[in-house]
Design a protein around this ligand. Structure first.
Ligand code: DMJ
Length: 640
């Protein structure tokens, strides 16, 4: 066949003219640029980005990189959406292994549970439990059905987790109070289940669910936060519903921006404690899957994680409100307990390495007057501002130092040294006595004291109490006294209000003592910290006043926070005409009610010799390395 040259048409390349080819190429390159633009620069293209970029490539690691633009875009979006809910920091925000084997095994405890009064509760749900765990194994995310390792863990506890009789107190009046707290839990749970199932929190007035944007698209915060509380209270039908939801509906493949801190303390903490209490492989596989998703947050020049992480892409950001792109002490300082357990369970040291790196940096860096400021740059590793607080923004960092030491079976010497060093600096610079004789912790702003104490700071009574035994022996009584004084002050903040509930922050200047002077500080959002200190002080001293104070709180909660369909925070603790905030916080189920229940239980329910509570009140077992290693040898022998 002969091709004839047509006039005006080039002989080469599909018969196009040079100028036409040029226009076509221009169009093509425009199209390609547009596609890439869509993939890399449009805010909602994260899913596509994941297809084309590996996780590490999406990490913002240096200042001025393209990722910083992502961060700006993100902040712009947050602003448009009205901003993310800030983390806790803002709104608010033992025994060396003497005897390795527990006197009574965990298995024996389970038998008692089944044989005791709780049997009615247990019979039906038990079968549900079995079917759920059978399903769990098939959807395992890399976690083997490692019952041997669970047995190993149980063998290293000194006491059965649920005590002789599930912690039932012999005194009928105390038992009645305990039953009342259980009823409150059931009421809070039933309403959540009825109106907000699968959402993060219940809105009890409007009878619907709240999702919020703290958990990056994860759902069911109230369920995860309730698992252990339901379990220790013996609310087994409710516990089994919660477990089934985890099995069928907890979707970790979310792609939203989450607070690293909140996901860690609530989801990682909640799943870990559910695993350690029940031995269900389901929780172990879920928590390991979630743990992995948090790791990219540490990809910063210093390894100090940023506050916000996209659980899908792994990209992380600093909070828009945190000065100069800084990370928050209470956030990056409240990962240690959970991450060490993630390493234990996965036998992957990476989690421990990440938190040890934070520890090392904090240990090395110069501290003004020995104090730890609340803001640190994840890029330079320097403090960004000199605001120090034992309340919001700083609080649980201190808590995790002493608890890391206790959870390590008292082998983590650095945690111990840092804790007592920090406490000394706090005492020298922040602890004050009011004219009326109340001891309080002021906040420090570059050397100037702000005579205010947040509700959040009231956890410190309990913290100083549990650390009293391990400092210098001559300071033991001093620490116990300080713990009691702080707890007393926090109780005063409750008794000085009309509702007998405490405000978000109270002051010791302007003529007032332990009262909120600003309208904006008068609210109470069902927080646990004051009751948490009552619980620890009760365990440490057995002074009956702590149980009485706890009961006052129960009565006040019933009178002012219980509404027809759940519990709600209130806007002003100083007025009897209730204005409810329409929110049943998940920490009410996880912490406030659990601490109350423990306060009215015998000390052998989750004994402090075996357990530490994370900052969301999820119990984690003390790691007795020598015992676990010995048992590992036994394991080997068994498998050989
Ligand atoms: C909880 O999420 C935790 O106790 C956290 O440490 C502080 N804020 C809330 C309760 O107030």
């Amino acid at each position: 066949m002969v091709f004839r040259k047509l006039p005006g048409v080039s002989a080469s390349g599909m018969g196009l003219r040079l100028s036409q080819k040029f226009v076509f190429l221009l169009f093509l390159s425009g199209l390609v640029t547009l596609c890439f633009g869509a993939l890399f620069f449009l805010p909602d293209s994260v899913r596509l980005k994941r297809i084309f970029l590996s996780k590490t490539e999406t990490q913002p690691v240096t200042v001025g990189s393209g990722s910083e633009n992502d961060a700006r875009e993100h902040l712009k979006r947050l602003k448009n959406q009205g901003g993310m809910t800030p983390a806790k920091g803002e709104t608010s925000t033992k025994l060396k292994s003497l005897s390795r084997k527990p006197p009574v095994s965990y298995e024996a405890t389970e038998e008692r549970l089944a044989g005791g009064k709780a049997q009615e509760d247990l019979t039906l749900p038990r079968s549900k439990t079995e079917s759920a765990s059978a399903k769990a194994t098939s959807s395992d995310h890399g976690a083997s059905s490692d019952t041997l390792s669970y047995n190993k863990f149980k063998g290293c506890l000194l006491k059965p987790p649920l005590g002789r009789d599930n912690g039932k107190p012999s005194d009928p009046k105390t038992n009645e109070r305990r039953e009342k707290v259980k009823e409150m839990m059931k009421f809070a749970w039933d309403n959540y289940k009825r109106y907000a199932w699968g959402k993060n929190e219940l809105r009890p007035l409007t009878r619907n669910g709240h999702i919020g944007n703290m958990f990056g698209g994860l759902r069911g915060a109230s369920i995860i936060d309730s698992l252990d509380t339901l379990y220790i209270m013996g609310l087994m039908e409710e516990y089994n519903d919660a477990k089934d939801w985890v099995q069928t509906s907890l979707d970790l493949n979310s792609n939203g921006e989450a607070s690293l801190f909140e996901v860690n303390i609530r989801y990682v903490g909640g799943l870990l404690s559910a695993y350690y209490l029940t031995g269900e492989e389901l929780y172990k596989s879920k928590v390991m899957e979630l743990g992995e998703k948090l790791l990219p947050a540490f990809n910063t020049p210093t390894g100090i994680p940023r506050g916000v992480i996209n659980l899908g892409s792994g990209t992380s950001w600093s909070w828009g409100w945190a000065s100069a792109g800084s990370s928050i002490l209470a956030e990056f300082g409240t990962l240690h307990l959970e991450f060490v357990h993630l390493s234990e369970l996965s036998r992957n040291p990476i989690y421990t390495e990440k938190v040890m790196n934070i520890r090392k940096l904090l240990n090395k860096i110069e501290k003004p007057h020995g104090l730890y400021p609340n803001f640190l740059s994840p890029v330079s590793g320097n403090w960004v501002q000199h605001h120090v607080s034992i309340g919001g923004l700083g609080d649980s960092f201190y808590e995790y130092l002493i608890k890391s030491y206790l959870m390590s079976d008292k082998t983590d010497g650095d945690a111990k040294t840092m804790y007592y060093g920090a406490l000394e600096a706090i005492e020298a610079n922040l602890v004050q006595k009011s004219p009326g004789g109340l001891t309080y912790m002021a906040e420090w702003r570059g050397g100037i004291l702000d005579h205010k104490m947040g509700h959040l700071a009231c956890f410190s009574g309990g913290m100083i109490g549990i650390g009293a035994d391990d400092g210098a022996p001559e300071k033991r009584q001093h620490y116990l006294d300080l713990a009691a004084e702080i707890t007393h002050t926090c109780h005063e903040s409750y008794t000085r209000s009309a509702t007998k509930l405490g405000p978000e922050a109270f002051r010791f200047d302007g003529g007032g003592e332990a009262t909120a002077t600003r309208l904006s500080d008068r609210y109470y959002i069902l927080r646990p910290e004051v009751i948490e200190s009552y619980m620890y002080m009760w365990r440490l001293t057995h002074d009956p006043k702590y149980r009485e104070w706890g009961w006052e709180a129960v009565e006040a909660l019933e009178q002012h926070c219980r509404v027809e369909s759940g519990f709600s925070g209130i806007r002003d603790v100083y007025t009897m005409t209730a204005s409810h905030d329409n929110m049943q916080q998940s920490f009410f189920l996880s912490e406030t009610l659990k601490y109350l229940y423990l306060l009215f239980s015998d000390d052998d329910l989750l004994p402090l010799e075996d357990w530490v509570f994370n900052t969301e009140a999820h119990p984690l077992p003390i790691i007795r390395k020598s015992c676990l290693q010995d048992d590992a040898t036994q394991d080997k022998t068994v498998s050989e």
